[in-house]
Design a protein around this ligand. Structure first.
Ligand code: ZN
Length: 263
């Protein structure tokens, strides 16, 4: 697994919108210079301006040194809040959205199923701008062509997300279809057959294992997705300055609300 990175502090633990920092009633982008900031706010107090600039600089360092492990902990903490019902529902106001008008800096790429019961921002108790999400029936990483592959590469090379998660879920209809059609001659209509065909290797690898075939295939499908991601050029060749990427596989249990890390 590709890992390691720098050190950190979570801006989310401070309850600030992604990409900006909150100073009392004001917000500012961490990339703003002191002059820009003073100009924007019309602030007359140089002393206060200096203090804010120092704080922004410190926050920028923290931002740059955010590790995959910190991000993963942040997501799992959020999931624990979701599963327990103690959600914080962060960064969901119109003001939070407008603060991100110029740019985004999500902390993770989530590749998950299109299933209506699996909305990542809710499951991880995250806000707008926190997650770059790709949703495909069966959370299939391969066989999706340049559209999905390009989206993954964009998140890695342009947005520099430090963490990628392939997220499957219990009772997945796409995997269930692959299980049901694995030995049958009849084929689903249209592109469904091809889509299900991409999941069948996970079913084949799960056939001889003890336990429930569907549950095993759901986990195996995630693991195969992680394996495919690790071979993706954008990850392997990522510039050293951006730091390596951590890739994890996980499943979401619809019954308990909990995310389990697989690999
Ligand atoms: Zn699904």
């Amino acid at each position: 697994m590709l890992c390691d990175l720098l050190e950190v502090t979570s801006r989310r633990s401070q309850g600030f919108p992604a990409g900006c920092f909150n100073f009392g009633a004001m917000t500012m982008n961490p990339d703003l210079s002191r002059r820009d900031f003073v100009g924007l706010t019309g602030m007359a107090s140089l002393g206060l301006g200096w203090t804010l600039t120092q704080q922004a600089s410190a926050n920028s360092v923290q931002e740059a040194s955010r590790t995959p492990e910190d991000v993963l902990k942040d997501l799992l903490d959020g999931n624990a809040r979701f599963a327990s019902g103690a959600v914080s529902n962060p960064r969901r106001t119109p003001k939070d959205f407008s603060a991100l008008e110029e740019s985004q800096k999500p902390e993770a790429l989530i590749i998950t199923c299109a299933d209506a019961r699996v909305p990542p921002e809710l499951l991880f108790d995250q806000g707008v701008g926190d997650l770059f999400v790709i949703r495909i029936a069966g959370n299939i990483v391969d066989g999706s062509g340049i559209v999905v592959k390009g989206s993954i590469e964009y998140a890695i090379t342009e947005l520099n997300v430090p963490l990628i998660m392939v997220l499957g879920h219990s009772n997945c209809g796409a995997v269930k279809a692959a299980v049901n059609h694995i030995d049958k001659d009849d084929v689903p209509p249209g592109a469904l057959n091809e889509l299900i065909g991409l999941i069948k290797p996970a079913v084949e690898r799960s056939k001889l294992r003890p336990g429930v075939l569907l549950e095993n295939a759901i986990r195996e499908n995630v693991i195969i997705g992680v394996e495919r991601l690790k071979r993706l050029d954008a990850i392997v060749s990522r510039p050293a300055t951006a730091g390596p990427v951590k890739i994890v596989g996980a499943t979401y249990d619809l019954r308990t609300g909990l995310i389990q890390i697989l690999a």
